[in-house]
Write a protein that binds this ligand. Sequence first.
Ligand SMILES: *[C@@H]1O[C@H](CO)[C@@H](O)[C@H](O)[C@H]1NC(C)=O
Ligand SMILES: *[C@@H]1O[C@H](CO)[C@@H](O)[C@H](O)[C@H]1NC(C)=O
Ligand SMILES: *[C@@H]1O[C@H](CO)[C@@H](O)[C@H](O)[C@H]1NC(C)=O
Length: 233
Amino acid sequence: MPDAAGDDHTDNRPQEGGPRSEKQPADAQRRIYRAAAFCLGVLCILMMVGIIASSIHFTSEKGELKIRYDHLNNNYSQLLEQVLVSNSQLQEEVKRLKGNIEGKLCPRGWKKFGCSCYIRSDKKKIWSDSRADCQQRGADLVVINNKEEQKFVTELNSHGEAWIGLQAKKEQYTPTGMTYEWEWVDGSPLTEIFSESGMPRHVSIQNTSAYCNQHGNWTKNQPNVIKNWICEK
Ligand SMILES: *[C@@H]1O[C@H](CO)[C@@H](O)[C@H](O)[C@H]1NC(C)=O
Ligand SMILES: *[C@@H]1O[C@H](CO)[C@@H](O)[C@H](O)[C@H]1NC(C)=O
Ligand SMILES: *[C@@H]1O[C@H](CO)[C@@H](O)[C@H](O)[C@H]1NC(C)=O
């Protein structure tokens, strides 16, 4: 019996194992299917999570790109504006510098000496009309301030006599009567005579005017005499 039982037992096992082993594969398969389904589900969820995450990522990246694009666009317009502004400023600066250079050069026909420009007239006029002509050209009759300028004026005046910006204006009461002192057209008094001629310090007739001859000598004359003249500006 025990044998039989053992046999039975041993016999039964494969016998029982027979239907069991038929049942077992079905269970295992079901388990495998379940596991596969579970895996697929997890995979699906993971994929969906991935898709959502990346779509969120892309949307946010798109938003960032849009912001950056707007910034760049903004910066571009600002830069363009700045370039235009700088360009017009540069053009103005060029114009100003050109004006400066032209201002430092003498106009056509004028001669430069020191910081001034000079011209000797071709025509002859009385002293006051000579001065008016200079003033119309933005100048005045020449004021001779030093020996160098006197030398330059003498060279410019080598063709003959010309009015200079010196006239007897300032009244001076003296015991012998009224006299007039010389005054330059810029309002300064005559302090030094850069000429060898004996120019009087005082004259008795108002508006007596001075001219310079080809030797550089200064001489007085009545203002209503016509002469060439020298302008300075
Ligand atoms: C735009 O210009 C500002 C300065 O004006 C700067 O700080 C910023 O980084 C620039 N933006 C880009 C996107 O270049
Ligand atoms: C004019 O100048 C010359 C040379 O500078 C001089 O010899 C002459 O005496 C001067 N004439 C008069 C009238 O002063
Ligand atoms: C001198 O000139 C001034 C103008 O500058 C004039 O008013 C005055 O009458 C003149 N004097 C004489 C004596 O011509």
